[in-house]
Design a binder for this molecule. Structure first.
Ligand code: IPE
Ligand code: MG
Length: 215
């Protein structure tokens, strides 16, 4: 969900306003996913590298995440959205971790859509952690056993990864899981990304021929 900062500066607004606009863009995309029958949707909310931003921006983001849980995600739960957070838990402020875990508990039985929110998430950190866990368990050192030690072993590998804001890179997102994912890149900044563009990315994906290295 990239481009909040540029969206704000294009309007002469504070960066926090961009993040607020970005948080409002989530619900229509989640609702569209349910409408078209997507079973699993993962969004990248905050990376292990984002802690390097100014204290003001980080604390505004934490507040916005909390507000989004209160304002949007509990509503979405009533529509059948099971939310789980993917990433480190130990660095979030206590009050936010409590909200995250409460939401996970409250939505555990929801079945219409599985929403994964990558928070304090980094693909490399996840891989190192999985390696550490597998070594501690003494193996076996194969792909399946490794994958079972990722942050969210039940999260399916993404079929499609959509990156907004014109950047043509992965930025440490789901490195292991996206080995055979299809990609759609769009110049649209995340706060402007809506149902129509989401549907068109899915249509684009539907035209792809996936071979997974086969013939
Ligand atoms: C994405 O928007 C949201 C987070 C990383 C939390 P950015 O804040 O990265 O937006 P740009 O890249 O500065 O436009
Ligand atoms: Mg960015």
């Amino acid at each position: 969900m990239d481009g909040n900062g540029r969206w704000a500066s294009a309007r002469g607004l504070d960066v926090a306003e961009g993040h607020r606009a970005g948080s409002r863009a989530l619900r229509p995309v989640v609702e569209t996913a349910m409408d078209v029958g997507v079973a699993s949707l993962a969004v990248y909310a905050f990376s292990t590298e984002n802690w390097a931003r100014s204290e003001d921006e980080v604390s505004a983001l934490m507040e916005i995440f909390g507000d989004t849980i209160d304002r949007e995600l509990h509503d979405l739960a009533r529509e059948g959205v099971h939310t789980q957070f993917v990433g480190r838990r130990d660095r979030a402020p206590d009050w936010l971790r409590d909200k995250m875990e409460e939401l996970e508990r409250a939505t555990v039985a929801a079945r219409r859509l599985h929403l994964w929110i990558a928070f304090d998430y980094g693909g490399r950190a996840e891989i190192v952690e999985a390696a550490r866990r597998l070594a501690a368990d003494g193996g076996p050192f194969d792909e399946e056993s490794f994958a079972r030690r990722l942050y969210a072993p039940s999260m399916p590998d993404p079929d499609l990864v959509i990156r907004t804001s014109g950047e043509l890179r992965l930025s440490n997102f789901l490195l292991w899981q996206s080995a055979y994912s299809e990609y759609v890149f769009t110049d649209t900044l995340w706060p402007d990304f809506g149902p129509e563009e989401f549907r068109s990315a899915l249509e684009d994906y539907a035209q792809r021929r996936r071979r997974f290295g086969g013939r």
